[in-house]
Design a protein around this ligand. Structure first.
Ligand SMILES: O=C(CO)[C@H](O)[C@H](O)COP(=O)(O)O
Ligand SMILES: [Fe+2]
Length: 235
């Protein structure tokens, strides 16, 4: 797949028709399906678990990118992989032994990613860069869709891109939260690989049009707003 990728977050889909919604965003040009799993403990919201992922898996052939916002994810890694997760992303804040969980994910047969909350220094994931295939930089506090992008995370993405370049090993950078046509142009300066978008894809119902506008925002502005991140109005 040609990067950057667009990964619709089905948190903003119609949950009463989740399978059809997954099929619809695939037809509309999505690259991945982003699935938000919340436990009411690590984040103040509850969503879905392995049985629902297993049920919607058959509606799409796209990779399922499963974002676990759950405490101690090591308890459920094998269940999520069996349910159909191609990518399994755990929060660095959610497990005491996050390095071990990353190894567990790879052993279970999925690609491991690590996510970092807006309030956590990016240095927390630096020791994991040789072991993960993706870093998910949260640009809102996890738990809900429809929140505003937090501009201070841009600096973290810049640092992360530098570290990955220095290592020479491919690690994808994914950004999640408040991603839309206004925020993507700034992010594109750091070669973000995967844009997760819930509201921006599902709002208004024109999924194909929405995805195509996000793609254009990513391609059109790449490299042209360097050093303007701090002054950019991102609301
Ligand atoms: O992980 C998430 C929330 O915790 C979601 O993926 C994210 O919020 C997407 O929604 P939106 O694009 O509306 O911000
Ligand atoms: Fe997410």
């Amino acid at each position: 797949m040609e990067k950057p990728l667009i990964a619709p977050s089905i948190l903003s889909a119609d949950f009463s028709r989740l399978g059809e919604e997954v099929r619809a965003v695939e037809s509309a040009g999505a690259d991945w399906i982003h699935v938000d799993v919340m436990d009411g403990h690590f984040v103040p919201n509850l969503t879905i678990g392995p049985p629902v992922i297993s049920a919607i898996r058959k509606y799409s052939t796209l990779p399922f990118d499963v974002h676990l916002m759950i405490a101690r994810p090591e308890r459920y890694v094998e269940d999520f992989v069996a349910a159909g997760a191609d990518w399994l992303v755990v929060h660095v804040e959610a497990s005491v032994h996050v390095h071990r969980v990353i190894q567990q994910i790879r052993k279970a047969g999925a690609r491991p990613g690590v996510a970092v909350n807006p309030g956590t220094p990016i240095s927390a994931i630096e020791p994991l860069l040789d072991d993960v295939d993706m870093v998910l930089v949260m640009s809102v506090n996890p738990g809900f869709g429809g929140q505003s992008f937090i501009p201070s995370v841009v600096r973290k993405i810049e640092v992360l891109r530098k570290w990955i370049k220095e290592r020479g090993r491919e690690v994808l950078i994914e950004v999640d939260g408040g991603v839309n046509e206004k925020t993507i142009p700034v992010l594109a300066n750091y070669d973000v690989d995967v844009y997760v978008a819930g509201t921006a894809v599902f709002a208004g119902g024109d999924y194909a049009g929405n995805i195509s506008r996000l793609r254009k925002a990513a391609a059109g502005f790449r490299g042209r707003l360097l050093n303007q991140a701090d002054s950019c109005d991102m609301d």
